[in-house]
Ligand binder design. Sequence first.
Ligand code: GRF
Length: 206
Amino acid sequence: MTRRIAVLISGRGSNLQAILDATVSRRLDATIAVVISNKPDAAGLSRAREAGIDAVHLAAGGYPDRDTYDRAIVDVLRARDIGLVCLAGYMRLVGPVLLDAFPNRILNIHPSLLPSFPGLHAQRQALEHGVRVSGATVHLVNGNLDAGPIVLQAAVPVLDDDTVERLSERILAEEHRIYPEAIRILLDGHWTVSGRRVVMQPRSGA
Ligand code: GRF
């Protein structure tokens, strides 16, 4: 797998920033070769441009259907020799065209301990359910929403006086920590997928 990664966003881009910071500090040996947004005004696009990264806006409205849109994304990714695709606040479902072009090469981050609270407003769902622990999950993307094999998770407490904002902030700090780490694990390549599990392989000599 090449160490050239793509980050797909729709908004703020704080996870993009965390990944970028990790590459700059060499904690993560990878290059963000392109950032793609489906939203023209995503703050993450500006972050990318400020860092001198190729930043591409692809408006879904300009394509007749999901497959055609995803094909356009695949073209951008292939033209830049991308090895791993990282969804970071990308608010679109990934269809079969993109999935098949990058099998087990698409990661997503979700602000709950999956399989609890998939979908939108995960932090609000956790608070309303009354769980005492929530967290963040980095997983491989498959055809089902927030359901692919899990690479890393981190837990945070849910406090009695939490608001959605406070809980989100606590989870986000963990997202920023584990996303670069999960990317490092995938790029290092000592793993396989067995059923639902991402299994780490012992390194030779270990
Ligand atoms: C994060 O909470 C992520 O888990 C979810 O969307 C949010 C994106 O935030 N998928 P940002 O754009 O990375 O700041």
